[in-house]
Design a protein around this ligand. Structure first.
Ligand SMILES: [Zn+2]
Length: 345
């Protein structure tokens, strides 16, 4: 795989989080992939509605040295006009409204008032905080959805509400992801965007709402994926919001990415147990913790690579920008994703 050694214009364009409404996206001549972080928190967001942990309490009191975040959501585009969503978060409606590039434009053909720059959605797992947003996209808009056969069956065969996405032909077009194989992102009409993906099987656990009998019919390797997206020019994005462990295969993929968006859910393995009194460990929940000897903080990466934590739980102490954990993360060469960040590759 040939890769360019250096990123161009990859500083987060923080000012772009609130661009002027009504402006069409400015096309960058050399743009081959635009990556937009619409949401950077784990399930529940920050603050979480029923959480009174020190972080959430302090944020609500206006005393927190850190930022509120919506639930993890990434959007990518080959040209700044056609967009694909990585996941479909429960905050998707607000995230779309906060992002002018994702607003509909009046069209001269067809239904003049109905349009969306969003062409498709790539689902990495069947978690509610990764799929509920699909139901928010139900207004008969044609979309292409990529997911493993197992995730598609869970959503469409076991959850009657998802039939709202199949009311007319051509509304949702499902394309099965087979881990380990390369697929192109296409719009609902089948046109190739030029973005090529490959998915790695990362986790074998299905969400708790999936019945045991259903789980027995599913392939365990289709439960949770990590995604590599490659642009026409060979630039690579790795999106890995749920990583249970790091092995050599994963390491090779991570090293090849120009931008790495990685599981930043928990700082420590016993974080929820200490803060909530009872819960599972990070490892039991399928997330490698950031700290500890085997944690992700020690991932070296390459010099040209940007390493960014995303899917950050509201209990994570690194959210506090004056705390020691935040300093430790930054010193180790990692960044902590914020809603609205954008990168051009
Ligand atoms: Zn909290």
């Amino acid at each position: 795989m040939e890769r360019c050694p250096k990123l161009t214009a990859a500083e987060p364009l923080r000012g772009l989080s609130t661009p002027q409404p009504g402006l069409l996206p400015v096309l960058v001549h050399s743009l081959s992939m635009r990556v937009r972080i619409l949401g950077s928190a784990a399930g529940g967001g920050f603050p979480q509605w029923n959480c009174a942990c020190p972080n959430c309490r302090s944020l609500r009191a206006g005393a927190f040295a850190g930022k509120a975040r919506t639930q993890a959501q990434v959007a990518i585009s080959p040209d700044g006009r056609t967009w694909f969503l990585l996941g479909a978060s429960p905050d998707l409606r607000a995230q779309i409204e906060a992002t002018p590039e994702l607003h509909p434009h009046p069209s001269s053909s067809g239904d003049a008032m109905r349009h969306s720059p969003i062409a498709g959605v790539v689902l990495l797992n069947a978690d509610l905080d990764h799929t509920l947003g699909l139901l928010l996209l139900r207004e008969l808009q044609p979309l292409r959805v990529y997911a493993t056969e197992s995730v598609r069956r869970i959503l469409t065969e076991d959850n009657a509400m998802f039939t709202m996405l199949q009311r007319v032909s051509g509304q949702l077009t499902w394309t099965d992801i087979v881990p380990g194989t390369v697929f192109s992102l296409r719009d609902p009409s089948g046109e190739d965007s030029g973005l090529r993906c490959s998915a790695l099987s990362l986790g074998t656990r299905y969400p708790a709402y999936v019945s045991q009998s259903r789980q027995s019919e599913l392939k365990s390797g289709e439960a949770s994926l990590g995604l590599i997206v490659e642009s026409n020019s060979g630039k690579r994005l790795a999106y890995m919001p749920a990583v249970p462990q790091i092995n050599d295969t994963l390491l090779r993929e991570l090293d090849s990415a120009d931008i790495l968006l990685f599981d930043g859910t928990f700082w420590s393995d016993d974080e929820l147990i200490r803060i909530q009194g009872s819960a599972q460990t990070a490892n039991q929940m399928g997330h490698i913790p950031i700290s500890s000897e085997v944690g992700s903080l020690g991932l070296a990466g390459s010099a040209r690579q940007r390493k960014i934590y995303i899917h950050i739980n509201n209990t994570n102490p690194m959210l506090n920008e004056v705390g020691p954990e935040y300093a430790q993360v930054r010193e180790a060469g990692w960044e902590i994703a914020e809603d609205g960040w954008q990168f051009d590759l």
